[in-house]
Design a protein around this ligand. Structure first.
Ligand code: NAI
Ligand code: MG
Length: 806
């Protein structure tokens, strides 16, 4: 074995002197450049004449005199290629070719699809080097990241979802693909986002039209070139180029059945509005201002590395970047000092250099935006620290820290989308949770503490779709990712992500106006009764003091019912909001209350059966089965209350990721007219069983039936505010419900106009919606009116990452 001796001049010093001397010489050592070759990527660009059209129907389509966009390498502001902009005709062509290919693709079966996804994974792996280089050239991110994170994770998504294609028939019964899916992705993880979007949609049997971001389309074009070899049938994957106008045309195309968007919150809102009333499924993965919460008992050296991953990874151009550092006061000073020291060791340089940590921002636009935002923000106070100056020639923005800011500071509230960390402190655990949640976003958060009890207590309290314990920015195909609040809705990855690309199989159902079938029972009803609302656990008169007559099937008066207005609705929402600690009650307790409610209701069976007969004109048999099914449904959701479990996802790291279904919050409901007793319970019970509070707007025609339930609810130990019921003109109430900032989700069965209003207004606070044009199902049919479809709508999955070991 060779013995390596230190240089002669230090050989004769004692050990301590030798170490000191060596230390000094290391300080002076320069890193040598370790450039990854761009030759293969450049050759590929040249082979394509540095020009790309659209990938439609399995072919690259180019149009003479098409408008183009220049694709730029942000590290040196030089042009890499031109992309043609897909106009409306090309968007239409892409959607058509997807539409033509979809059914055959689905029918080819799970195994056939699994093989194609597997082949894609293999081909990406084989081409990983050139794809990584292209990604770095186009986006400016360090090659170390594209090579070690973006591309391997993309590969993992295809493998993982190949598995779901294989298992679809056995594990995802009673569902089918949505159809034609439009996917619009951003520039921060161009290839990885492509994989996140395409792999689940493809696996489940959908056909796809994907639009990459206009400033980073190259790896998507490379991917298009792999599709044929992987055996993707023509038309199943289409990739079109262009900017906002192309994206807008694609999202709003009438033959698109689902839109999946990742990008900025304003564009997400615009898409919600432009697709309102079109009956499309929609998932939005939007911005964030994720908290990075450090307790005094955290391992501060790990925290420092965590911050590097959280905010300086990918130049901070990460939707879930840990951009708000909240640190417990006692360790603030020392942590900031450590961070500043660590920042000095972050290396900036050519993104193709394998030993650099920080690359270029994606574009000069992004460079200008971040520079201005920080400059502007500092006018409201705060201290900026960085070791370097911004440099527009290579769109380099230095890793930065802003201290001395409070929670209302614009740099603490707004998404910067760059390598800028804002630091503020807290004293107590409760204050930490409050501050962390003091944002309109809710994408992600991380908790840092060596005390597992504390971490596991704080994690569920953070309002976010993903929570990392003692880590940040960890991702895997097996774990769902996505936000709450203004960070959007829907999940990508994990089993939970598959449902975004599936719809339940339903039998054909034709909604019909209730037949008038006089049966002579009306005379036995008490006609002078005025039914009140149920708000905050109390029977309440309508604010306006007005009531309307509700008629029986034979035209006689069934009851007078309060006519609710905006104020009643607001009162109901605020009662629901106040009752939200319901979500923290045990499943067992929720079950007990639902059983008790069922028991009290069944004591009044004869009365309700008669009411259903007279009000709806149902036969005794029909009314009886509606009533019996109602009781059974209450039992079902009482059963589910402590059985709708989450999952422990099997991600490739030492740890476990818990996927917990959490309550959404306040759910507003607009009920259909048919089977009024049964539909009310079919909607209210799953929501309440999962810990939500409900504002239920009864269908106008038979609102008396639902309001009669109030007296049963009153005696059933349901905490005040958990269920609130009002009635009135649905057309008038629906927009108030959908526009209300404290309502987190709206379920609606209503006419087209009402649905369009609901979806449009939901954009304001980006609440979730679950809308159905008119009544779309027979509520007596358990398979389509009860169970997991409802429970999924009543919950959102939070993924909590908990690494273990030292
Ligand atoms: P953007 O939201 O405008 O772009 C994302 C994608 O949407 C691109 O493919 C774009 O062409 C497309 N698009 C733009 N307008 C559209 C429209 N009206 N209809 C349909 N598609 C449309 O994001 P942009 O302008 O590139 O970045 C602006 C800011 O957005 C960033 O500074 C950052 O704050 C945020 N952002 C957040 C991302 C996230 O992952 N949450 C990703 C990218 C940007
Ligand atoms: Mg570019």
């Amino acid at each position: 074995m060779d013995i390596i001796l230190p240089p002669i001049d230090i050989q004769y010093l004692n050990l301590e002197q030798q170490i000191m001397k060596l230390d000094k010489s290391f300080e002076k050592l320069e890193y040598s450049k370790a450039l990854e070759s761009d030759q293969e990527a450049m050759q590929w660009l040249t082979k394509n004449n540095n020009t790309f059209g659209q990938f439609v129907g399995g072919k690259f389509v180019s149009k003479k005199n098409a408008e183009t966009i220049t694709v730029v390498n942000p590290a040196n502001n030089t042009s890499l290629a031109q992309i043609e902009i897909a106009d409306e005709k090309l968007v239409d062509l892409a959607v058509k070719s997807a539409g033509e290919a979809q059914e055959k693709w689905y029918k080819s079966g799970g195994h056939a699809r699994a093989k194609v996804l597997y082949a894609l994974a293999r081909l990406i792996q084989k081409n990983a080097r050139v794809i990584s280089v292209l990604e770095t050239l186009d986006n400016g991110k360090p090659i170390r990241e594209s090579r070690d994170a973006d591309i391997p994770l993309a590969v993992r998504h295809f493998y993982y979802h190949a598995g779901w294609a294989q298992l679809q028939d056995s594990e995802l019964k009673n569902s089918e693909p949505v159809g034609v899916v439009a996917q619009i992705i951003p520039w921060n993880f161009p290839f990885l986002m492509l994989a996140w979007k395409i792999s689940p949609a493809l696996a489940m049997g959908n056909a796809i039209v994907l639009k990459p971001a206009e400033n980073t389309p190259l790896t998507a074009m490379f991917f298009a070139g792999l599709c044929e070899e992987a055996g993707v049938p023509a038309g199943v994957i289409n990739i079109i180029n262009g900017a906002g106008a192309t994206g807008a045309a694609l999202a709003a195309h009438p033959d698109v059945n689902k839109v999946a968007f990742t990008g900025s919150t304003p564009v997400g809102r615009a898409i919600r509005k432009s697709t309102a009333g079109q009956g499309k499924k929609l998932t939005l993965e939007l911005g964030g201002k994720s908290a990075f919460v450090v307790f005094e008992d955290a391992d501060l050296d790990s925290v420092v590395e965590g911050v590097v991953d959280a905010i300086w990874y990918n130049q901070g151009e990460v939707c879930c970047a840990g951009s708000r550092l909240l640190v417990q006061a006692g360790v603030e000073e020392i942590l900031v000092k450590k961070l500043k020291a660590r920042m000095a060791n972050l290396r900036f340089g050519n993104p193709l250099d394998k030993s650099i940590d920080v690359g270029s921002l994606v574009s000069s636009d992004q460079f200008t935006q971040i520079s201005q935002m920080v400059k502007e923000g500092l006018k409201s106070g705060g201290e900026l620290f960085s070791h370097d100056q911004p440099d527009s020639t290579c769109n380099y923005y230095p890793p930065s820290i802003v201290t001395d800011v409070d929670s209302s500071h614009p740099l603490v509230q707004e998404e910067i989308f760059g390598p800028v960390l804002v630091v503020s402190s807290f004293r107590t655990q409760d204050e930490a949770i409050k501050l962390a949640n003091n944002t309109r976003y809710g994408l992600a958060a991380s908790v840092w503490s060596e005390n597992i009890n504390r971490a596991m207590h704080v994690a569920p309290g953070l309002i976010a779709g993903v929570v990392w314990i003692n880590c940040h920015n960890k991702f895997d195909a097996s774990c769902g990712f996505g936000g709450v609040k203004e960070s959007g809705y829907g999940r990508e990855g994990g089993k939970e992500g598959l449902f975004e690309y599936l719809k339940p199989v339903k039998s054909e159902y034709h909604s019909s106006i209730m037949p008038v079938r006089p049966n002579g029972l009306a005379s036995k009803q008490e006609i002078d009764k005025t039914l009140k609302f149920y708000i905050g656990g109390k029977q309440t008169r309508p604010d306006g003091g007005n009531s309307v007559q509700v008629l029986n099937a034979d035209g006689s008066t069934a009851a007078f019912v309060g006519l609710g207005n905006r104020k009643d609705l607001r009162n109901a929402v605020s009662a629901a909001k106040k009752a939200q600690n319901w979500s923290g009650k045990s499943g067992h307790l929720k079950a007990q209350i639902l059983y008790y409610f069922a028991e009290n209701l069944s004591n009044r069976k004869d009365e309700f059966v008669k009411r259903l007969q007279t009000s709806c004109g149902s036969s005794k048999k029909e009314a009886t089965s509606e009533f019996d099914e109602t009781i059974s449904r209450l039992f079902s959701y009482a059963a589910w209350a402590d059985k709708y479990d989450g999952a422990a996802h099997n991600a490739p790291y030492r740890g476990v990721t818990m996927a917990l279904p959490e309550a959404i919050g306040v759910i507003g409901m607009i009920a259909p007219e048919e089977q009024p007793l049964l539909n009310a319970i079919s909607l209210i019970a799953p929501a309440v069983a999962m810990g939500n509070c409900v504002v239920f707007v009864a269908g106008e025609r038979h609102s008396n039936i639902v309001l009669e339930l109030v007296s049963v609810m009153e005696t059933s130990d349901i905490p005040g505010g958990v269920i609130n019921i009002i009635a009135g003109d649905v057309k008038e109430l629906a927009p108030h419900l959908a526009g209300h900032g404290e309502v987190e989700s709206v379920w609606a069965w209503a006419d087209k106009e009402v649905i369009k209003d609901v979806e449009t207004l939901s954009a304001e606070n980006l609440k979730r919606t679950w809308c159905h044009e008119n009544n779309d199902r027979n509520w007596l049919k358990t398979q389509e009116s009860e169970g997991v479809e409802f429970l999924r709508q009543a919950t959102q999955v939070k993924n909590i990452w908990t690494p273990y070991g030292d």
